[in-house]
Write a protein of this length. Sequence first.
Length: 342
Amino acid sequence: MGSSNAIASKAKAMYAKRLKDEDYRALLKKSTVGEVASYLKNETDYASALRDVKENNIHRGELETLLNRDLYYKELRLATYAPIKERSFYKATLREIEIHRILTKIKQVTSSLYSEMFSTENFHYKDFCFDQNLLEEAKTYDEVAQALVKTPYYKIVLKYRPQNNHTVDYVSLEKEMDQLYDDMILADIEKYLKGKDKQDALTIYLTAIELRVITKIYRLKKYYHSSAESILKYVDFSHIRMNKQLVDELIHAQSGEEVLALLEKSKYHFYMDEKEYIYIEYYAEKIKYNLSKRIMRFSSSPPLVFMTYIILHQIEIMNLVNIVEGIRYGMNEEQIEKTCIF
């Protein structure tokens, strides 16, 4: 890939400013969202992202939005070092935000349960592939679809247009949007990377997809006791590399516990640490963390360093969200720490 080596050096320099163990130890001792925001604002690299925040008047959702916006800006800054023809590769987070905005808006216009719970963020992102004002102003499903004409999302949204007062098949819609996102990322990897860089990038991303699938199967089994037929309908297996026999055993498992038992015997067992906290999402993120951290440390490839920087930063934001959630629900320091990866 012909992108400037500046991307790798800049990303590594940004990664060096990540939260360290001592930062997490300090954050875990905080007792309010305001105290967490104050520490991030005054003691860490999040100072500029939170410069206008009033620490005593910030809620969890606002803090999470600001942290994700900060990641977007950093990704955008890194992308400026890439040749113009290759910049689409460096905008994966932008696509995630686009899809999140669309799905959130569809919930707003189709369900009274969500109409007040969700508020469309008024921040406009640069380089969205659709008019953000049109999406914000949409009051019906058809208006949402119209805002997406000439985008990759239009056909999928149109496909799930509710008919005859039926509700939106939101799970299937989300599945296809995730599949589109995966297809776009993998197409960029195929287009822009070669040799070992390409294989390493595929390992990172296909592992992430596989872990997402495993997590969905576990949730469907544990919380909804879903049948194999339901799982096949709602989970995308198109990019799975796992042994077909194991996949079949997972989707036919009788419970979440049986899914975990099957995974203990799989290749992922070797990535799991010795923590007693059995939490499938934690293990999935831990695997991504270990894989990405290793590549960040040893690789000098601009696209690989970029990919792993984004993953590691997303995990850092997840840690902060978990800390805030833990404080909100009165969890103690040790309990909250078990949800964090660092």
